[in-house]
Ligand binder design. Structure first.
Ligand SMILES: [Zn+2]
Length: 487
């Protein structure tokens, strides 16, 4: 009996600890329209606890996994003919089967896909993670992860998920070729190759390195900026702004220059610009201070790398495989530079998929034949997936980040033993934006990725966790010692 009481006591106190975790809040960043990825919407994503039925701990692979772990929610332009809509839907199903065959997915991935009429005729389409979620990596750095990947980590408690994992929009005005159609014409774009390319971005091949300033000429690149306003209105730029550093994506953390410098180190240098929590009168004051700081040189240097051929690689695990990234577009092209494989190096290889241009007049079947490829997901792209955290048959145990237990920034301490801190968490999702992936791929006018957000309360779960454990062990031990005395 005493041991039972001890266990019950432990459960009660550990449950109390879990409740505190659940009450913690953090900010995620949602992309509602993948064509407007420069304006991600900050949303609260409080921690929630998953039903045990949804967890496949120690299994790794969902035993119920089907041949298609992608759930497609498809919307078709009402003015498009039904046959086209059906072919597009079939293509998404096929794309889902392709990814399912190469990744060891344990949790279904939901794609919200649309084939609709877009105002810009040159845009084929785009896709992005519907939500980016900040998690803590092994090196203690917090980075943005795509929701589709976070789900595969099978956290029993995790930041709340958005309803979709990937949001994708394609232009019904474009002349698409669907696999199985009669011979492709020179002006047609292979739809299947296009959507597989875009889904790769939605799965995590996204960079947070973007122009910071809203100017006609790009003068610098920085990771997404955490600059939060004390105002509750995102559009109100006149309130004081609080600086909480720059945040990169998990993809960004593996970028290394040809001189051996890690982009993560550049992020760290930029984060030394001023202590976290520094207040600025408004956004203009921040910008003025930043461009006059020594750190600004770092952001200019990264821009230089991004538009100089063969200067940056994605360093893939576990064999230090080098994947040369696109840095041969001058001037820098948002949506094309950095977040693609080098066109010059990979266009005619088995890793042709993630170059920034897609050849018109070429079906996926022909592309595979021409490049002696057996799968549209090339070997280097598969390494990339494994490196950012996706399991595959050859790499069943990728690195797994952890939940953010305590926010890196503590300010305005308000309660007992610093357990409760008032702080702010904002990140900016600036993924592959325009992504036309055809010869019309062009740089859009740059816009500022500055925005503001509201403050939130973050609980330092670490402190609570230890305190709870000590208390529960102590109290449980007392019960154990006292035995039947209590009952
Ligand atoms: Zn792309």
């Amino acid at each position: 009996m005493p041991s039972i009481i001890y266990i019950i006591t432990l459960i009660i106190f550990l449950s109390w600890n879990r409740n505190i975790i659940v009450s913690a809040e953090t900010w995620c960043y949602d992309t509602v329209n993948p064509l407007e990825q420069d304006n991600p919407k900050p949303v609260r994503c409080p921690a929630v606890t998953e039903k045990q039925d949804n967890i496949f701990h120690n299994v790794g692979i969902n035993p119920n996994a089907s041949t298609n772990m992608f759930e497609i929610s498809f919307t078709c332009d009402p003015s498009a003919n039904q046959t086209t809509c059906d072919k597009a839907k079939e293509s998404f199903e096929k794309a889902g089967e392709i990814f399912t065959s190469v990744l060891s997915l344990n949790t279904p991935i939901r794609i919200n896909a649309s084939l609709v009429s877009l105002s810009d005729d040159t845009v084929l389409g785009s896709a992005a993670p519907a939500r980016l979620i900040p998690l803590k990596c092994k090196d203690k750095k917090i980075r943005n992860f795509p929701q589709s990947l976070v789900k595969q980590f099978q956290f029993s408690t995790h930041p709340e998920y958005a309803s979709d994992d990937i949001i994708a929009v394609f232009n019904s005005k474009c002349n698409f070729y669907f696999e199985g159609d009669p011979t492709i014409t020179p002006d047609q774009i292979g739809f299947l190759e296009l959507i597989v390319h875009e889904i790769v971005h939605g799965l995590g091949l996204v960079t947070n390195w973007k122009p910071l300033l809203n100017s006609n000429t790009v003068t610098e690149l920085t990771p997404a900026l955490n600059l939060t306003s004390t105002s509750t209105s995102y559009s109100d730029k006149s309130d004081p702004e609080v600086y909480y550093g720059f945040i990169e994506t998990i993809f960004d953390s593996f970028i290394v220059t040809n001189e051996g410098n890690r982009f993560s180190d550049f992020t760290e240098q930029l984060n030394d610009f001023t202590p976290y929590g520094t207040k600025f009168q408004d956004q203009s004051a921040f910008i003025s201070a930043f461009i006059n700081s020594p750190e600004y040189n770092v952001s200019q240097m990264v821009l230089k790398y991004s538009q100089t051929a063969n200067t940056m690689v994605f360093l893939a695990n576990p064999h230090s495989e080098l994947i040369w990234l696109e840095s041969n577009i001058t001037p820098y092209s948002k949506g094309s530079s950095i977040s693609h494989f080098s066109m010059e190096i990979y266009d005619n290889t088995t890793d042709f998929l993630m170059t920034y241009l897609q050849h018109p007049g070429r079906s996926l079947e022909t592309a595979l034949q021409q490049n002696n490829a057996t799968c549209v997901i090339g070997p280097k792209l598969l390494y990339l997936f494994e490196t950012i955290g996706y399991a595959t048959p050859n790499n069943p145990n990728p690195q797994k980040p952890s939940l953010i237990e305590s926010h890196p920034v503590k300010s305005k301490t308000t309660s007992w033993k610093n357990s409760t801190t008032t702080t702010t968490t904002t990140t900016i999702d600036t993924n592959d934006t325009t992504t036309t992936t055809d010869s019309n791929d062009k740089s859009k006018p740059t816009t500022s990725n500055l925005f503001s957000s509201t403050e939130s309360i973050i609980f330092n779960n670490n402190n609570y966790g230890w305190i709870n454990l000590v208390i529960s062990l102590s109290v449980g031990g007392l019960f154990f010692i006292s035995g039947g005395w209590i009952f």
